[in-house]
Design a protein around this ligand. Structure first.
Ligand code: F6R
Length: 259
């Protein structure tokens, strides 16, 4: 995995921003995998300020809460439309977010997988990381071969995400999330993490053993995974200076080229 460490979240986000912009310019009908939460907000803000054509772009979001209607302000549908989709010229029919209100969860999950395949697969998957190492909502213990399915959130994740809800007790217990194998099939994975509170999860994922106890650690097996971190999120990495030196000494052409 390539580890890119920048002093502040804005600088780390700029790497992902360049990747998305390059992809959309080179491949107007690109397929993006998107995350929600605080981490990608800087990226989405910056993307809406750019003059990019989203008219042929297709997106697949990682996850959605079960039992929360799309129109609810706490849904990830609302989050995505508010922070990105309403501000770019994407076509509604090209946006895919799991339906938390479906009455056939297994059937819906199978269809979600089929839609990703029919779209030609995901070119670039943007990921955040949970404090216990989840990607999407694949909590510790998730099968590393999993596909889109229902998952139960840990109490820690529910507490973390309570900030988006009116009361902690209203955070759903269940979610629909892309699986780990689904994520791993993306051609490029970009993991973003900022702040000291992510440093343990980042150290475990990047330098620890590959284990379902740290679901993000599976990215070590991805041929084109990049972690874009700020200094605080990177602070527990043992090989910090090596990663910095690798990035600083990369040939110019290689640094510029993601797609
Ligand atoms: C959300 C998702 C999660 C978040 C993770 C970090 O779609 O996939 O894995 O990326 O929980 O959340 P934040 O960015 O809020 O710290």
């Amino acid at each position: 995995m390539e580890v890119i460490i920048q002093p502040i979240p804005e600088a780390a986000t700029a790497i992902a921003l360049r990747a998305v912009a390059d992809l959309l310019r080179k491949k107007p009908n690109a397929v993006l995998g998107l995350a929600t939460g605080s981490t990608p907000l800087l990226l989405y803000n910056a993307l809406t300020a750019m003059d990019l054509d989203w008219s042929k772009v297709t997106t697949f979001n990682l996850d959605e809460y079960v039992g929360i209607p799309a129109a609810d302000s706490c849904s990830y549908h609302s989050f995505m439309w508010q922070n990105l989709f309403s501000k770019v010229n994407i076509r509604r029919k090209n946006v895919h977010i799991p339906d938390g209100m479906t009455n056939d969860i297994p059937g819906h999950c199978e269809q979600y997988e089929r839609r990703i395949r029919d779209a030609g697969g995901i070119d670039l998957q943007i990921l955040g990381i949970g404090r216990e190492g989840h990607i999407g909502f694949n909590e510790p213990g998730s099968s590393l071969a999993s596909r889109t399915r229902i998952k139960t959130l840990t109490e820690r994740t529910r507490k973390e995400n309570a900030r988006f809800f009116k009361a902690p007790a209203t955070v759903p217990l269940h979610v629909i999330t892309m699986g780990i194998r689904t994520i791993m099939e993306a051609r490029v994975c970009m993991l973003l993490a900022f702040g000291a509170k992510k440093s343990r999860a980042i150290a475990a994922a990047l330098e620890g053993p590959i284990t379902s106890m740290s679901p993000a650690s599976i990215l070590q097996m991805h041929p084109r995974a990049k972690a874009c971190l700020d200094t605080l999120a990177a602070s527990r990495l043992k090989h910090l200076e090596y990663y910095r030196s690798v990035y600083d000494h990369k040939p110019k052409w290689q640094k510029a080229e993601i797609f």
